[in-house]
Design a protein around this ligand. Sequence first.
Ligand code: AMP
Length: 452
Amino acid sequence: MELFSDLKLNPKILKAVKDAGYEKPTPIQEKAIPAALDGKDVLGIAQTGTGKTASFTLPMINLLSRGRARARMPRSLVLCPTRELAAQVAENFDIYAKNLKLSKALLIGGVSFKEQDVLIDKGVDVLIATPGRLIDHFERGKLLLTGVQVMVVDEADRMLDMGFIPDIERIFKLTPFTRQTLFFSATMAPEIERITNTFLSAPVRVEIARQATASESIKQSVVMFTPKRKDREASEKRQLLRHLIDLEGKNCTNAIVFCNRKTDVDICSKSLNKYGYQAAPIHGDLDQTKRTETLENFREGDLRILVASDVAARGLDIPSVSHVFNFDVPIHAEDYVHRIGRTGRAGREGTAIMICNTRDRKNFSNVEALLQKEIPRSNLYDDTSSVHKIENETEHLKTKKISSGEGSNQNRKNKSKNTKNYQKNEESNSTLGLGEHTPDFLSQSFNDRLVS
Ligand code: AMP
């Protein structure tokens, strides 16, 4: 493989890359950087984790190392679907451009307009933005895009999912047609194909093989879940999640729990906290400061469980986690590979456990079709027994609680009786292969557990 020094990058950039600890360019960097340095448009079909950020940031910085920015006319533009991705690109930019005097502005929601206006007024070399926020600035007459020499669109498929394509088209039209375009997408949906045909000029296509197979170091399993009571389905499912976390015990040092919907991210995180599991949510509707803080805590190991939506988690450079729990089967099968790819990195062991509800069966078969193999069915949980037993106990306790009143002697007697019942269940669970875990219902007060 080529070395970074073989790529015709400015020595100051090469030094920064070396300081970052990179030895060799990744396949996408090897192919995209020379084409971009030649001034060609690039169409990169690659996912996060391939080193794609550096594959557009490095040539962009190289080009910008000559020349100066003019007031209100950024010289380059990077569009990202989410604030986190934009912030991540900005971090990468700082690392690689540290030996050059280049300026940047980050236009994302949650960051004040005023501060960014001051920077733009002075003139910036790189503008990193989410499409909506960029258009807001433009419409306020604070920005001219006619000086853009290089435009990057990152994670175009996510832009499509999030309904940003009309914004992207509009932004393309506001930049000079002589600009150089570096365009990245994990997939080439027809709509993406149309955009690239319209706005890219004879691009060099760089395709990095799709990661259809998950890493061998990930131990995957699926738990087939059939709710006992339709009206308590959600709470039964959360109970099952806690149960699965408990079964993993100390092996589960940190985990990401993926939910399909933002509302479930919130509910799931709240519920886990209520039961004494240290968790925090991350999704697109949360305040930027909160999201950054949560991620930082997770990175630092101060937070054990991150409950996330796909959009929020996609592309985030989160260190390896021991466990990924799929609270829902993802709607898009390829998201399964992204999700579980958060664990088992760099050859380390990882565990990915998925809950498959009755109505998720179709999505589940799509996941297996994509992987072209069966995901082992977990025999650690039998949905006709343990959770339903727990559920019955909860119902039983509820009745007792109503009839006896809190804190009464009767209530305390019930508690000890119920503890025995749970211990009985625990014994029968052992025969199901549940192991030596201490179920959460034994370690916390019963009254706390009546609502899940
Ligand atoms: P990306 O796909 O751009 O999100 O990059 C994924 C991770 O790979 C980031 O943590 C980068 O810092 C890292 N990375 C990028 N290029 C290289 C390289 N050539 N060698 C080692 N690590 C890299």
